[in-house]
Design a protein around this ligand. Structure first.
Ligand code: 5RP
Ligand code: MG
Length: 216
């Protein structure tokens, strides 16, 4: 399993200081939605230049103008761009077309999708190869976790890499490993840990050990 660091409520300087501490433990760095709202695509360009071996994900959560918005994010250097799975398939198709030009990956974030199996099938038929189960910050505050939706996704998805997000910490990552996620996305569980580097190291130890065991 890969580990993705989500940077949400953070400045560019704070983000660089954090990445420098956790770089050995993470596989993907996400410029999160609130960070993009604050700083635009500048952190994507900065991280691309500063950490050439670290893939950058732009969590733009595209809902419309798929071709145009995905192009902006890929052109800035993102390897991964998110589109909302609830949106029109025309928008998703626009994102996929641009991703093909850039050799990038579009992740469909399934937050608030009502009929998960049906939507997964339609998205995969369209060409989606990465899906994210996501319990949002507001949903987490109401006590929800991504576990049940990940079970459904694991059963239904046929061709996609599976990402999981929503309040994951070193204490909870094991269940998502067991449920078969390919990438754990962790924001607050690293950023707001008492010791972020220690939390990232522990998360990576669990996630990467599982990968090694799978390969052996
Ligand atoms: C919120 C997001 C976050 O990046 C994602 O939920 C990961 O953060 P956390 O681990 O703190 O839940 O996209 O919409
Ligand atoms: Mg995010």
């Amino acid at each position: 399993m890969k580990l993705q660091l989500a940077l949400d409520d953070i400045t560019i300087d704070e983000a660089v200081a954090l990445i420098d501490r956790v770089r050995p433990f993470i596989d993907i760095v996400e410029v999160g939605t609130p960070f993009l709202i604050e700083d635009g695509l500048r952190p994507v360009r900065d991280f691309r230049a500063r950490y050439p071996d670290l893939p950058v994900l732009a969590d733009v959560k595209i809902m419309d103008a798929g071709h145009y918005e995905a192009r902006q994010a890929f052109a800035a250097g993102a390897a991964y761009v998110t589109v909302l799975g609830v949106t029109d398939l025309l928008t998703v198709k626009g994102c996929l077309d641009v991703a093909a030009d850039f050799g990038g990956t579009v992740i469909a974030d399934m937050i608030c999708v009502a009929d998960l199996p049906d939507r997964i099938r339609r998205l995969e038929d369209l060409g989606i190869k990465a899906l994210a189960v996501h319990t949002g910050v507001d949903q987490q505050a109401a006590g929800r976790t991504p576990a049940d939706e990940l079970k459904v996704m694991k059963e239904v998805a046929r061709q996609s890499e599976l990402f999981v997000a929503g309040g994951i910490t070193p204490a909870t990552i094991s269940q998502y490993i067991r449920l078969g996620a390919d990438v754990a996305i962790v924001g607050g569980g690293i950023r707001h840990a008492a010791d972020p580097a220690k939390a990232a190291e522990e998360l990576a130890r669990l996630a990467h050990r599982e990968t090694k065991e799978r390969e052996e």
